[in-house]
Design a protein around this ligand. Structure first.
Ligand code: FES
Length: 117
């Protein structure tokens, strides 16, 4: 177990997301007052940063480059052009902070390779 506090809860408003570096780039999203999720920040299509994308009402995130849409709880892509899932990491709210554990990946997605640019 390697839980790490990455921010105070009040640093991330409901509906907002932040990029954190935890060995890999991770996009942390506060979906609701009491729910946060953490996913790898790299789109599996052409490696664009997902934290620059668009959060949707159905708890999916749209990549800003070519509009692939990812389920933030499962990491699964819900439409082309991306066909591979993004890693999802354990994330929780506790003691007024947001915590991520990179050692607990919640799906079996491969780590996306680094951007070429
Ligand atoms: S890089 Fe994300 S959809 Fe193309």
């Amino acid at each position: 177990m390697a839980w790490k506090a990455i921010a105070d809860l009040d640093q991330l408003e409901e509906g907002d997301m932040m990029l954190v570096q935890l060995g890999e780039p991770v996009c942390v999203v506060r979906l609701y007052e009491d729910e946060v999720v953490a996913v790898h920040n790299t789109c599996t299509h052409q490696q664009q940063p997902l934290n620059e994308g668009y959060l949707q009402d159905d708890d999916t995130l749209i990549c800003p480059a070519h509009n692939s849409r990812f389920d933030l709880r499962t990491g699964e892509p819900l439409g082309i052009p991306a066909v591979a899932p993004i890693p999802v990491y354990a994330c929780k709210i506790e003691d007024g902070a947001i915590w991520v554990d990179m050692e607990q990946q919640l799906n079996d997605a491969a780590i996306p390779h680094k951007p070429y640019h």
